[in-house]
Design a protein around this ligand. Structure first.
Ligand SMILES: Cc1ncc(COP(=O)(O)O)c(C=O)c1O
Length: 416
C-alpha cells in the first residue's frame, strides 16, 4: 500500500488526529451504518478504535504487507465489546431487565461489563473447566451470575437459546443480530486505517463464526456506500480439533488448546461459508502446534501478545504462505493482509507462562550477582536466550526467537 507506515515498527511525522476525538465508541462513530437514531441511549465503554499494527517480521517472511488488527485493546480485551455495545444498547431500548449468554469466556466478560453500564442483570453459562482464567475472573469481578455446566459451549448455547425463547431474557450471543451489527465496525475501522481502501486479504479465527460473518457484512456494506472500491478475500481459520466447517459436519466433542474457538457446531455456519464463497476465500484449519507457534512468534517478533485463539489467524497466514498458496499472489504491488487478533494475551495466563519458555532466574539482591547475570551469561537467562529451546522453527519454516546475543555491554567510560 502507498502508506509510509508500511513495514515500519516506529513512526515519525506530523501528529494530527484523523478520527473523531475524543473517540465516542463504535456505535456513535459509525452510527450512519447502525440501527440507532439521535434519541437512542447508547451503552458504551468507548470500545473500538483499536490499532492496526504494521507487522514487519510477518511482512518479510510472507512477502505481503501484513497488519495486525489488535482487538485485545478493547475495554474488556476482546472484539466482543463492539457487538456487546450494540446489543446492550438495543436491549435497553427494548426494555430488557436481564441478559444471558453462553460463552467460551470472552462473551461472558464483555456481557458482564456492558450489563453493568446498562444496569441489567447478567447471567452467563460456561463449559466448566474450559474457560481461560482471566476471562472467568472478569465475569466474576464485573458481578455476573456465572453458571458452569458439565458440557461444551455448544450445549451451553442450546440451553441459553431455549431459556431465552421461553422467558423474557435477552440473549446476547452472536445469534443476536445486533451483535453482528456492532462487530461490522471492525471492518470499517480497518478500511479507515488503510486510508479508504479494503485489505486484499483478511485472516480471521473462526469459532461460532459470528465475527467472520460480521466482517464480511461490514466490508460489503462499506463498498456499497462508496467508502472503498473493493472487498478482501476472507480467509477464516478454525482449530483442527474443532474444524466443523472444514469437515462439513458438526463435531460432538470439539478439542483445542485455543478454548475460545473450541466450538463444534458454529451458529453462524451459513454466514461463514457465504463470506468465504462470495469473497473467493476459504475456511481452513490450523493445528494446536501451529497456533502456539504463531502465538509465540507474534509476541517475540512483533511485540504483540494475543490469546491463543487469536493466533489462529496468523497461523493460517503462515501456513498459506509457507505452502506457496497461489491465492496469495497478486499482480502489481504488494498485497495488503490483515490478521485479526481477536483477544488479549493476558486473558490466558496459564498458556502464557507455559509458552514463554523462559522463567525468572532468582538472584541475590546484590550488584555483583545482577552484573554477573546480565554480563556473564552473554544475554543470560533473564532475557530468555541461551536455553536454545525457543528457536524451534515449526511447519511454517520461521522461528519465533527474537534474535541471538544482544548489544555489546562494555563498561561506560569515566564521566559518561
Ligand atoms: C478470542 C476469540 N477469538 C475468536 C473467537 C471466534 O469468534 P466467532 O465465535 O465469532 O467465530 C472467539 C469467540 O469466542 C474469541 O473469544
Amino acid at each position: 500500500m502507498a502508506d509510509t507506515q508500511s513495514g515500519e515498527s516506529s513512526q515519525t511525522g506530523p501528529i494530527a488526529p484523523s478520527k473523531p476525538y475524543p473517540w465516542p465508541g463504535v456505535v456513535r462513530a459509525y452510527a450512519p451504518f447502525l440501527p440507532v437514531n439521535e434519541d437512542t441511549r447508547i451503552i458504551t465503554l468507548l470500545e473500538g478504535n483499536t490499532p492496526l499494527i504494521p507487522a514487519p517480521y510477518l511482512s518479510a517472511v510472507t512477502g505481503l504487507d501484513v497488519y495486525l488488527k489488535f482487538e485485545g485493546a478493547n475495554p474488556t480485551g476482546s472484539f466482543k465489546d463492539r457487538g456487546m455495545a450494540m446489543a446492550m444498547t438495543k436491549a435497553v431500548e427494548d426494555g430488557a431487565t436481564t441478559v444471558m449468554c453462553a460463552s467460551t469466556g470472552n462473551t461472558s466478560a464483555s456481557a458482564a461489563a456492558y450489563a453493568v453500564r446498562a444496569g441489567l442483570r447478567c447471567v452467563v453459562v460456561l463449559p466448566a473447566g474450559k474457560i481461560a482464567l482471566g476471562k472467568l475472573a472478569q465475569a466474576l469481578v464485573y458481578g455476573a451470575e456465572v453458571l458452569a455446566i458439565p458440557g461444551n459451549f455448544d450445549r451451553a448455547l442450546e440451553i441459553a437459546r431455549e431459556l431465552t425463547a421461553k422467558y423474557p431474557i435477552t440473549l446476547v450471543n452472536s445469534v443476536n443480530p445486533y451483535r453482528i451489527e456492532g462487530q461490522t465496525t471492525a471492518a470499517y475501522e480497518v478500511c479507515d486505517a488503510l486510508r479508504g481502501r479494503a485489505p486484499d486479504y483478511l485472516f480471521i479465527p473462526v469459532g461460532n463464526a459470528g465475527n467472520i460473518t460480521a466482517y464480511w457484512k461490514g466490508f460489503t456494506r462499506y463498498q456499497r456506500a462508496g467508502k472503498v472500491d473493493g472487498t478482501p478475500m476472507m480467509l477464516g481459520f478454525e482449530a483442527e480439533g474443532s474444524a466443523a466447517l472444514v469437515r462439513g459436519a458438526p463435531i460432538a466433542e470439539p478439542e483445542t488448546i485455543a478454548t475460545a474457538i473450541r466450538i463444534g457446531n458454529p451458529a453462524s455456519w451459513q454466514g461463514a461459508v457465504g463470506a468465504a464463497r462470495d469473497s473467493g476465500g476459504t475456511i481452513g484449519s490450523v493445528t494446536d502446534d501451529e497456533i502456539l507457534e504463531a502465538y509465540r512468534l507474534i509476541a517475540r517478533r512483533e511485540g504483540v501478545m494475543a490469546e491463543p485463539a487469536s493466533a489462529a489467524s496468523v497461523a493460517g497466514l503462515l501456513k498459506m504462505a509457507a505452502g506457496g498458496d497461489a491465492r496469495l499472489r497478486r499482480a502489481g504491488g504488494k498485497p495488503v493482509a490483515v490478521c485479526v487478533l481477536t483477544g488479549n494475551g493476558l486473558k490466558d495466563p496459564d498458556i502464557a507462562v507455559a509458552q514463554a519458555r523462559n522463567t525468572p532466574k532468582t538472584v541475590p539482591a546484590e550488584l555483583d550477582a545482577i552484573a554477573e547475570a546480565v554480563l556473564g551469561g552473554a544475554g543470560g537467562a533473564a532475557r530468555g536466550h541461551g536455553s536454545g529451546a525457543e528457536s524451534v522453527g515449526g511447519a511454517s519454516g520461521v522461528s519465533e526467537a527474537s534474535g541471538t546475543g544482544g548489544p555489546s555491554l562494555a563498561p561506560r567510560k569515566a564521566g559518561k
